[in-house]
Write a protein that binds this ligand. Structure first.
Ligand code: FE2
Ligand code: FE2
Length: 333
């Protein structure tokens, strides 16, 4: 009792002092955000800001590496050497994006192993779009055009994200995503201009399957988005889900006309008053089903990632042994 009583006073005082200091730090942080300044890894930040960023950046990193799987599936079946070289480069870029992003998330104090474990145990999510299968070569073109196209719309505002290491990673990623989008459009354009009737039908079929899942990539409608308001306040999310989705529909509907394909939406129509295309309702039940683990390929994707991780254990062990040897050599010298 005595010891406890002795402890109470100073501890409470310390707590009060800490709280005042924390309040000052928080006020300084908020004013940095209001002025549009970047936050660096060494800067003080509220715990909730840190957690929000770790969740978002690691989900983004997981999406990049899981996103390699549906396309990697077509590397051996690309129709020409040129298309194979482009696809290989693109899939490799996605692996690089994953690495920049894991490194950005690590600056917030979460280890790579923790993030990988969260993915493999199903606790962490990745973009639901990668749970759909790639059934034909046209799917590879449509992924570039629509999926990478949607990724760019989502990611360009992130180059101005308040957390500087994330913003810097996004600058480089966006440059590469732009190449991904163009190569997809180009592959489809060649098929639509010079292809046989069967190849043109293959493109239309791929557009029919990927159109709606691409619109879902922007996330739930603004009213139902749980993290939207706080992320906007902190300068993590600068444009809302619905505004980005509208921007994407406006851009891709015009591109579809150039390609000569028809998006599978009978309600897609230019609205002069709004200055935008109107579009039909999105099947959010399907979105939540896929996010919840019941899409066409959820199990397959996760199994492939876990197998790749297990198969690569010897490479990680060898790299660690080599690093240890180098350190010992340096110390001995
Ligand atoms: Fe990427
Ligand atoms: Fe990409």
């Amino acid at each position: 009792m005595y010891t406890q009583a002795m402890d109470t006073g100073p501890k409470e005082e310390r707590k009060a002092v800490r709280s005042a200091a924390e309040a000052e730090l928080e006020a300084r942080f908020e004013s940095h955000i209001d002025e549009g300044d970047f936050i660096e890894a060494k800067d003080w930040m509220p715990e909730h800001y840190r957690k929000t960023l770790v969740r978002q950046i690691s989900q983004h990193a997981h999406s990049e590496i899981v996103g390699m799987l549906p396309e990697g599936n077509w590397v051996t079946r690309a129709p020409t050497l040129k298309r194979k070289a482009i696809l290989l480069a693109k899939v490799q870029d996605e692996g690089g994006h994953g690495l920049y992003l894991y490194a950005a998330a690590e600056t917030l104090g979460t280890s790579r192993d923790q993030m990988i474990d969260a993915l493999h145990s199903g606790r962490a999510k990745y973009s639901s779009i990668f749970n759909y299968p790639t059934l034909s070569w046209a799917d590879i073109g449509v992924i570039g055009w629509l999926v990478d196209g949607a990724a760019i719309m989502n990611q360009v505002p992130l180059t101005r994200c308040s957390y500087a290491p994330y913003a810097r990673a996004m600058v480089r990623i966006c440059r590469e995503e732009s190449f991904h989008q163009r190569q997809g459009f180009d592959a489809l354009n060649v098929m639509m201009r010079e292809g046989t009737a069967a190849q043109k039908a293959m493109v239309q079929d791929a557009v029919d399957r990927w159109w709606w899942p691409s619109l879902m990539m922007f996330g739930p409608p603004d009213g139902e988005s749980t993290h939207g308001a706080q992320s906007a306040r902190w300068g993590i999310k600068r444009i809302s889900n619905d505004d980005l989705r509208q921007k994407f529909v406006d851009a891709t509907t015009d591109q579809a006309k150039v390609l000569g394909v028809t998006p599978p939406d009978p309600l897609l129509k230019w609205n002069d008053d709004r200055g935008h295309y109107d579009f039909g309702p999105i099947d959010w039940a399907e979105f939540w089903r896929v996010v919840g683990g019941h899409g066409p390929c959820n199990r397959e994707r996760l199994d492939a990632r876990i197998k790749a991780w297990d198969d690569g254990a010897w490479v990680r062990d060898a790299a660690m042994a080599y690093a240890r040897k180098q350190t010992m050599k340096k110390e001995a010298a």
